[in-house]
Design a binder for this molecule. Sequence first.
Ligand code: NAD
Length: 374
Amino acid sequence: MKIAITREHAPGERRVAATPETVKKFSALGATVAVESGAGTAAAFADSDYAAAGAMLGDRAATLAGADIVLGVQGPDPASLAGVAPGAWVVAGLNPFGERARVDAYAAAGLEALAMEFMPRITRAQSMDILSSQSNLAGYKAVLDAAAEYGRAFPMMMTAAGTVSAARVFVMGVGVAGLQAIATARRLGAQVSATDVRSATKEQIQSLGAKPIFVENVAGIEGEGAGGYAGEMSPEYQAAQAALVSAHIAKQDIVITTALIPGRPAPRLVSDAQLASMRPGSVIVDLAVEQGGNVEGAVAGEVVERHGVKIVGHRNVAGRLPADASALFSRNLYNFLSTFWDKDAGRPVLDAEIGDAIRLTKDGTVVNARLLGA
Ligand code: NAD
């Protein structure tokens, strides 16, 4: 059983899918691990550390030759997998809805593509959940990015020269990223409020010492859809939410938006008019910018200014903390493969609940129900 880890090919991607720690653990399971030279450099993992952990270092072709499992943070370029035999697994964050052509190419090559972001949100799979591990870091980093762009301080400071008032931070979307953003902003001394469509988050917001801002008494307030994710809200709810947000946002200094709906464009939460109501120097960080954006005018990969308000649209925010993001992502991959490791077979053997959820392609075709629209 050979596990291969190559350098990520996506521009700006600094994470890596295995660390020396997980290489050692895979070796202990009996696997041979090959790592492309330089794969971990951008995340501060040196080739020598991989070698010391038991990995074979080599160029891309040597790394992939004879691989049974190819690990990636993002999906590897199908063209680069020409030397990988049909039936091999490609296990990564495959962005199945956004990169459908790539999924089709894996199918055409006879590869079995397993999308880690389709991992079911069930208790036993929590340690395998890349969305949670990466969103948590993104929520943290979003607040630091906001603080860096903000020309004022976060905490209240009483000094001999006068008092600096605390920044007011509003977090929209209180999933994993939003909860970490609330906690981080609180640690920096901000006054924090937050909103979500799922009423279950109200208590979580309060428990972190922040103020919940919620639409009340509108049909469809319980926004929870399948698997604990949000669903799309009714027009009536959206209008009530827009009115509530308009009143609140004008008094905020920092807004962090994280709202996502799986398989759909991100919901639009902040309009240009709402942006214009904020005072100049305010900052908005749109963590959903790559899924279409929660904020009107946000541009993926850029920091833009509108009405004197900065809109921060960094891509791949977790990847801006490459060492920690890689360490957690790699452990998610290890936890997944080791949980299903069959000692007799010398390889992982998936069960139906998780296998069917994450398997995108097999035997030359796309097999995933979510991709087939079933
Ligand atoms: P997500 O990234 O899909 O979305 C972020 C947040 O945006 C969610 O809280 C969502 O409700 C919210 N949102 C969507 N539309 C909105 C709108 N119009 N206005 C305001 N907010 C909106 O969410 P996530 O971080 O992946 O978490 C989703 C849920 O899954 C949470 O309940 C989380 O605790 C749960 N979860 C469970 C497990 C597990 O059991 N294994 C693991 C991770 C997360």
